[in-house]
Each structure stands twice: as structure tokens, then as C-alpha cells.
Design a protein around this ligand. Structure first.
Ligand code: TGC
Ligand code: FAD
Length: 387
């Protein structure tokens, strides 16, 4: 069945023609190309690689970067709308695009030399190269400043040692943006597939984000050429990339919530119990209204965040509020949707359990729910409560 946009406050009416086009074309792509195959991939634990070229054709990789590098040069509202629609399909598909765009192309564009930009950005935009972002380590997740992975000077470059864990697209990647300590500070390095001493085994056994590849990255005396070091020093390097990606996740979570809401509304109208559709019972209506209410608030948060970002006035703490809120309400929507679907809610015929399980990762990655609480707490009180 064709998807009906959920837009209770007529937000889409106010979009520019370009923003409308982006949202509608990604929505069509999700309806026609993602939803028909995603359950199969989810069950098989595989990423739908066939979608990469199609996402590239839609301009979804590095969508906000300049056209001279093969990118779409779109604004951040368009980026957000694209992430919303992709995650209505599946969080793993949105993850693929987020990592490629915000965590790989953004740092290459922002901190790479012109030579490095020209080498990687057109290929990443076209989907002929895939990237990943290595920050988290087995013993350093929420606190990346403690990382052990390190780089030392050698003739003509750097020697990289250490390991990363939980890296989206790691085993697929042609280039990894890896954060490592160098001279006591965090620096970024581009590690290329095939470099001696670099391996990226896939992690198995996930109950969440099954249609996404997650990997370890292992570096044993990997020689990195000088030009592959990014021009940024300190944790603000990776955190600036995370701000971009968290922005996309805030929008994406709304897409996931729309997916479970829409399925619930359709189901409630057609499922008959006690001789009437369950949508006619007050308790079910309350659940549907709660979902719509929270989705609408989340949409308004994202639109305002997008306008702030497009006008250069957004601060990273505002992204924390949006990521924290929207992922949280999306999880609650999935939970409520499971109730509304009764036993059918556990079947792969409906998207509910897939969204629900995916969101458990989304709540943890890019800063856990509680880390974003602490970021906001520190911002409003002026007192850090991390340590
Ligand atoms: P702190 O002292 O607060 O900051 C260090 C420097 O960074 C600057 N900064 C930021 N810059 C840009 N954007 C942000 N969001 C920033 N937040 C902070 C800050 O101004 C400072 O700059 P300077 O010039 O003074 O040096 O750093 P801290 O060590 O106290 O850490 C704070 C904390 C805990 C909030 C931070 O470490 C954090 O966010 N931890 C969470 C880790 C995390 O999010 N990891 C994500 C890994 S990647 C991932 O999950 C990808 S999933 C992808 C997918 O599949 O979609
Ligand atoms: P921990 O940091 O060990 O946290 C455990 C618990 O303790 C959490 O509830 C946390 O909120 C809490 N906690 C921690 N510190 C505090 C504190 N100071 N005060 C109060 N509570 C605290 N990372 C990458 O670098 N690149 C990727 O591409 C990537 N993709 C991922 C894909 C998936 C599917 C998943 C699940 C994770 C991915 N990650 C990636 C890793 C992710 O960013 C981390 O899992 C996340 O940052 C949390 O780290 P952790 O799992 O080590 O949890």
C-alpha cells in the first residue's frame, strides 16, 4: 500500500520545492526499493548492497557537500528529510547513509587536503567507495578521550596500532576515518583497505540493526602516509562529525516512529474485535493519539533545528536534545505499536519488531540517551556531571 505522509501540522507545505523533491523522491525509493527487501535482509543479517548505487543516484551521500565533488549541494533540512524517509524504511539503511555522509565525507571535506578531497569525495558520493568511522574502542565507548589506539612518527608518515569496535560498515569500507592518539592528542587518519596490518572482521550475533554491517577494526603496525592525516587536533575533531550525524539521527528516529505509527493506524482500522474495528475503542485511540502527538513534536523540533543549522546558528547541545527526545519517543512508539498489533506485532509481516530492535542500537550509538542528558545538564547548569 502506498505510504501516506504523516504531517499533522502541514509542515511539508512550508518546504521549498527542492526540499519537497528530496523528501518525495526518498519516500518513493523507500516504498519501492527498501521496504520490499528489508525484512529478508534483516532476517539474513545482511546489508542490501543493491541499494548503494540507487542511494548514490538520489544524491544521498554527502548530500550537503558541494557539487564540484560530485555531491548534491543541498541544505540541511533536505538532509534531515532524506534521513527521516530512509529510517522509515530501516535504521540500518539510514545508518549506512549517515556514516558515509556525516562521519566520512564530512571530515574528509572539512579536515582533508584538496588532494584527499578529490581522491575520495567523488567516489564516496557515487557509492563506488564506502567509508567507515572508527572512534569507539572495546574499553572506551562513552569516554572516547581515553582511547588507546595510537600513531607514532615514522619516515614519510605514521605507524598506527590499536583496535576499534562496533564500527558500522567496517568490513565493507574502502576507507576508514580512524581517530588515534598522536603526541598526546586525538587526531584523525585515513586508513585504506588493503594497507598491510589492517583488518576489519565483521561482528556477528546482533539482535538489532541486523541489516547493517558492524565490525572491529584492527591495526597492527599499519603504515599511514603523511597526506592521510586530517588537519584537526583534539576531541573536537570526532565530536564535530558526531554533531552532523546526530542531527541526521534526530530526523531518522521520527521516520522510524512514523513507520510504526502508520502501521498501527492501518492495522487498528482493519482489525475487528467485539464486532468493531479496534480503532473504535478509546484505549486504542489514546495510543494512536499519543504516537501522533509525539511524532508531531519531534517533527517540529527537527524543522527548527534544520533552520538553525541552515542559518549557521545551531549549537551541538540543541542536537543532543533532538537526538535524545526523538529516539526515546520512537522507542515508545514501537512499544505501543506492538500492543496495538496484538500477536501480529511479532511477525515479520509488520515492521514493528525490526524498528523496535533497531532503535535499541540507535539509543546507544552516537552518544547514549544518558550521555545526551549529561550534555544538556552541563549546558543548562554550567556543571559537568560526567565524572
Ligand atoms: P569536552 O571537553 O566536552 O569537549 C572536547 C572538545 O570538543 C568540543 N566539543 C564539540 N565540538 C563539536 N561538536 C560537539 N558536539 C562537541 N562537543 C564538544 C569542545 O568544545 C572541546 O573543544 P576544545 O577546543 O575546548 O578542545 O569533551 P569530553 O572528553 O568531556 O567528552 C564529552 C562527551 C562525553 C560528551 C563526549 O565524549 C561524547 O559525546 N561521548 C559520546 C561518544 C559518542 O558519541 N561516540 C559515538 C561513536 S560513533 C558512532 O556511534 C557511530 S554510529 C553510526 C551509525 O551507524 O549511524
Ligand atoms: P558505555 O560507555 O560502556 O556505557 C554503558 C552505560 O553506562 C550506558 O548506559 C551509558 O549511558 C552509561 N554511562 C557511561 N558513562 C556514564 C557517565 N559518565 N554517567 C552516567 N552514565 C554513564 N562507534 C563508532 O566509533 N563508529 C561506529 O560506526 C559505530 N557504530 C555502531 C553501531 C552499532 C550497532 C552500535 C551498537 C554501536 C556503534 N558504535 C560505533 C559504538 C557506540 O557509539 C557506543 O556503543 C556508544 O558510544 C556507547 O559506548 P559503550 O557501548 O561502550 O557503552
Amino acid at each position: 500500500m502506498a505510504f501516506q505522509p504523516v504531517d499533522y501540522y502541514n509542515i511539508y507545505e512550508q518546504l521549498t520545492s527542492e526540499e519537497k523533491l528530496v523528501r518525495e523522491s526518498v519516500a518513493d525509493f523507500v516504498d519501492n526499493e527498501v521496504l520490499p527487501v528489508i525484512e529478508h535482509h534483516y532476517q539474513a543479517g545482511t546489508f542490501p548492497m543493491d541499494l548503494v548505487g540507487k542511494m548514490a543516484e538520489l544524491g544521498l551521500f554527502g548530500i550537503t557537500l558541494p557539487q564540484e565533488y560530485g555531491c548534491a549541494g543541498a541544505n540541511y533540512v533536505s538532509y534531515g528529510l532524506a534521513m527521516q524517509e530512509l529510517e522509515r524504511g530501516d535504521s540500518g539503511v539510514r545508518s549506512f547513509a549517515s556514516v558515509q555522509s556525516s562521519l566520512v565525507m564530512f571530515p574528509i571535506y572539512t579536515y582533508g587536503t584538496e588532494e584527499i578531497r578529490k581522491k575520495w569525495l567523488p567516489k564516496l558520493a557515487a557509492g563506488s567507495a564506502i567509508g567507515c568511522f572508527g572512534l569507539t574502542e572495546p574499553d572506551f565507548g562513552s569516554n572516547p578521550s581515553g582511547m588507546i589506539t595510537n600513531a607514532k612518527d615514522i619516515d614519510g608518515g605514521y605507524l598506527l596500532n590499536g583496535a576499534k569496535m562496533w564500527i558500522t560498515n567496517g568490513s565493507l569500507a574502502d576507507v576508514a576515518v580512524v581517530w588515534a592518539k598522536y603526541e598526546g592528542e586525538v587526531h584523525g587518519f585515513l586508513v585504506e583497505k588493503g594497507m598491510k596490518g589492517f583488518s576489519a572482521p565483521e561482528m556477528k550475533g546482533k539482535h538489532s540493526l541486523r541489516a547493517s554491517v558492524t565490525s572491529e577494526l584492527i591495526f597492527q603496525d599499519v603504515e599511514i602516509p603523511k597526506e592521510n592525516k586530517l588537519d584537526v587536533k583534539g576531541l573536537k575533531g570526532p565530536l564535530s562529525c558526531l554533531t552532523q550525524a546526530r542531527y541526521g539521527i534526530a530526523w531518522g528516529a521520527i521516520g522510524s516512529a512514523i513507520g510504526t505509527y502508520q502501521s498501527s493506524l492501518d492495522y487498528a482500522k482493519s482489525r475487528i474485535q467485539f464486532e468493531k474495528p479496534i480503532a473504535g475503542f478509546q484505549l486504542v485511540q489514546e495510543k494512536l493519539v499519543w504516537m501522533l502527538n509525539e511524532i508531531t513534536k519531534g517533527q517540529l523540533i527537527c524543522m527548527q533545528l534544520g533552520h538553525l543549522k541552515d542559518s549557521g546558528k545551531m549549537n551541538p547541545n540543541q542536537v543532543s536534545l533532538a537526538k535524545r527526545n526523538n529516539v526515546d519517543i520512537a522507542i515508545q512508539c514501537a512499544r505501543i505499536a506492538r500492543d496495538i498489533h496484538g500477536a501480529n506485532g511479532i511477525l515479520d509481516e509488520y515492521p514493528i519488531m525490526r524498528h523496535s530492535a533497531n532503535l535499541e542500537s540507535v539509543r546507544t550509538y552516537e552518544g547514549t540517551h544518558d550521555i545526551h542528558t549529561l550534555i544538556l545538564g552541563a549546558d543548562i547548569t554550567g556543571i559537568q556531571a560526567f565524572k
